[in-house]
Design a protein around this ligand. Structure first.
Ligand code: TLP
Length: 345
């Protein structure tokens, strides 16, 4: 029986078109700038995001770290959400490796940071304080239920940051999901920011890789930072080849994942014992109500025994993610299995 794996969109396998493109890729030494496939992916990515230049990196985590190393010096400060991936899930790499000081601000339920909070957190020009160099936003916001940040909000936050001499970096791991959800181009969402990372290896199904985009001068700095981290990848055009297919083909089908996420959410909401957060992209967050006696890890185990994988995020909370390998019948099966499991609790 097929395993229905809703733990993340990172579990997606490369498509047959990707495997063919990888097998046929022309490659060269990228540290010399001689990998034609990486060069093509970087040019395409910059164009898609409306930026001057781009850099292929190993992962979203590496892309964010490289970006922050390029924007900030040691002892300088970055403002970012207290629920952001960079703050919570990147092992504090910006502090450990870059000496960059994170200043977390409360993420609102829609993934935004209050403009007044941003303004108030920027250090005055005073020798007591670290210099505030950067603001980071995340789009879609993973922990805030996959909510997309609008073009208008991003522009407002950029205006606040730029007025005080800060740059704005966007963790756009799922920016194409945001674009589909809001029916705008990814380049519109990125227009107000100074740099943006997006992931090829999540809903877009490439096996490895993310891309950091920004001005030509910024990307040159970022290229140095990537090398510092051991991220000069030589003949990585084999990976970039899959990334090109991801950009050309896979961004077109994300609305299917969003439709299935909504269907899954509606089905889960109808099961007694579950409360579901609003869904606006491919991430479905839900929780056990107080009446249910077992905890989420136990429900996770019981689902797994029936070949359905969903992440228990805490004692009461779950996340399920739709992606290219989840079909309508998998949503139906997940709902049936969940009903069975909770019915027996
Ligand atoms: N997110 C993963 C886990 O790390 C939580 C997931 O399953 O959702 N930014 C955002 C918003 C992300 O969600 C992720 C990965 C990253 C950055 C990091 O990307 P990778 O895993 O490529 O380093």
């Amino acid at each position: 029986m097929k395993i229905v794996d809703l733990r993340s969109d990172t579990i997606t396998q490369p498509t047959p078109a990707m495997r063919a493109a990888m097998a046929q890729a022309q490659v060269g030494d990228d540290v010399y700038g001689e990998d034609p496939t990486i060069n093509r992916l970087e040019t395409m990515s910059a164009e898609r995001l409306g930026m001057e230049a781009a850099l292929f990196v190993a992962s979203g985590t590496q892309g964010n770290l490289v970006a922050l190393l390029a924007h900030c010096g040691r002892g300088e400060q970055v403002l970012l959400g207290d629920q952001s991936h960079t703050y919570l899930f990147e092992q504090g790499g910006i502090a450990a490796l870059g000496g960059i000081m994170p200043h977390p601000l409360p993420n609102q339920p829609d993934g935004t940071l209050r403009l007044a909070d941003i303004e108030a957190a920027i250090s005055p020009d005073d020798q007591h304080f670290p210099r505030t160099r950067l603001l980071c936003l995340e789009n879609t916001h993973n922990l805030c239920h996959g909510t997309p940040l609008t073009v208008e909000y991003t522009a407002q936050a950029a205006a606040v940051a730029h007025a005080q001499g800060l740059k704005l970096h966007l963790d756009g791991a799922r920016i194409f999901n945001a674009a589909v959800s809001l029916r705008v181009a990814a380049s519109e969402l990125a227009a107000p920011v100074d740099s943006v990372t997006f992931c090829l290896s999540k809903g877009l199904c490439a096996p490895v890789g993310s891309v950091l985009c920004g001005s030509a001068a910024f990307i040159e700095e970022a290229r140095r930072a990537r090398k510092l981290l051991g991220g000069g990848m030589r003949q990585a055009g084999f990976l970039a080849a899959a990334g090109i297919v991801a950009l050309e083909e896979m961004t077109k089908r994300l609305s299917e994942d969003h439709r299935r996420a909504k269907e899954l959410a509606a089905g889960l909401a109808a099961i007694p014992g579950l409360e579901v957060s609003p869904v606006s992209s491919n991430l479905v967050y839900f929780r056990l109500t107080d009446e249910v006696s077992v905890d989420a890890p136990e429900v996770e185990r019981r689902l797994k025994a029936k070949q359905v994988l969903i992440l228990a995020r805490s004692a009461r909370h779950f996340r399920a993610v739709t992606h290219c390998w989840i079909q309508d019948e998998d949503v139906t099966r997940t709902l049936a299995v969940m009903e069975q499991v909770l019915g027996s609790c």
